[in-house]
Design a protein around this ligand. Structure first.
Ligand code: FES
Length: 266
């Protein structure tokens, strides 16, 4: 079974007011901005481009982490590692920030799905929280396998109530020792769809799992982006139907559409 994620609404270009901006763990930041025009049209898996330092740097693509219940605010969960994201992280409530979004193609939940499995590697948890909330609202059973390098458990306090959480660490310091993909055999009989966001090694392990061949598996790719608009071709990947731009055709793709042997080039 396969679906093609559908292209969403045109992005809005706004000056958004920062509602709150805080560090929730070492290097991990949570930003809330007032952005009703984006919040009302955003779907899980889509992203926004945020301008940094008054335009001194390229816009930074950040996954939309959550939309507030009243659909007036959106939030971003990100690692403040480079100059651009560090600039975003130092914003304060009341500041204005230039936001373009929602952008790209998000995850597609099939209305017929009753049970879904989410696979998050590290910061890949950011867009999956939005998806989990939407699936729970639709009455679906949601399991989340969340893997981190060590016992960081970053963002765990942000998860919605009602999901089944299975935690993994690379070093075994918390939860199960190993990769999130190791839980797939436990779910292969009962899961209708699988959604994943994480690093490339996680996707490679996922694509080699024989027990998920019959499932609808969607993955969100994290690549470097310059324009974010499908113009510069800097985020081009090879798929079974030709070259595609992650920012324009993705970032969510059906796993079976991607030529994984060529993904190391990104
Ligand atoms: Fe320019 Fe995707 S970032 S085409």
């Amino acid at each position: 079974m396969s679906t093609t994620p559908v292209h969403m609404n045109s992005p809005q270009h706004i000056r958004a007011e920062v509602v709150s901006s805080c560090q929730i763990a070492d290097g991990l930041h949570l930003l809330h901005v007032h952005a009703p025009t984006i919040a009302t049209t955003a779907s899980p898996g889509q992203f926004a481009m945020l301008q940094c330092a008054g335009g001194a740097f390229l816009r930074r693509p950040l996954s939309i982490h959550r939309v507030s219940n009243d659909k007036t605010k959106i939030s971003f969960l990100f690692a403040a590692l480079g100059k651009g994201t560090q600039w975003i992280a130092q914003t304060k409530a009341g500041d204005k920030i230039d936001v373009l979004g929602p952008m790209g193609n998000g995850f597609e939940l099939l209305p017929s799905s009753r049970e879904i499995l989410l696979l998050a590697g590290g910061l890949g948890i950011a867009p999956l929280v939005f998806l989990a909330e939407q699936a729970l609202e639709h009455g679906m059973r949601v399991s989340l396998a969340y893997g981190t390098a060590t016992n960081q458990r970053c963002g765990i306090q942000l998860l919605p109530q009602g999901l089944h959480l299975i935690e993994f660490t690379d070093d075994g310091s918390y939860g199960k020792h190993g990769l999130v993909t190791e839980c797939i055999p436990d779910f292969s009989d009962c899961t209708d769809q699988i959604f994943a966001c994480g690093p490339l090694p996680m996707y490679r392990a996922l694509s080699q799992q024989s027990s998920i061949k019959e499932h609808n598996v969607q993955v969100s790719l994290e690549t470097r982006m310059a324009c974010g608009l499908g113009v510069c071709y800097g985020c081009t990947i090879n798929t079974t139907s030709g070259l595609k731009q992650v920012c324009h055709h993705g970032p969510v793709f059906n796993m079976s559409d991607i030529v994984w042997s060529e993904m190391a080039a990104i």
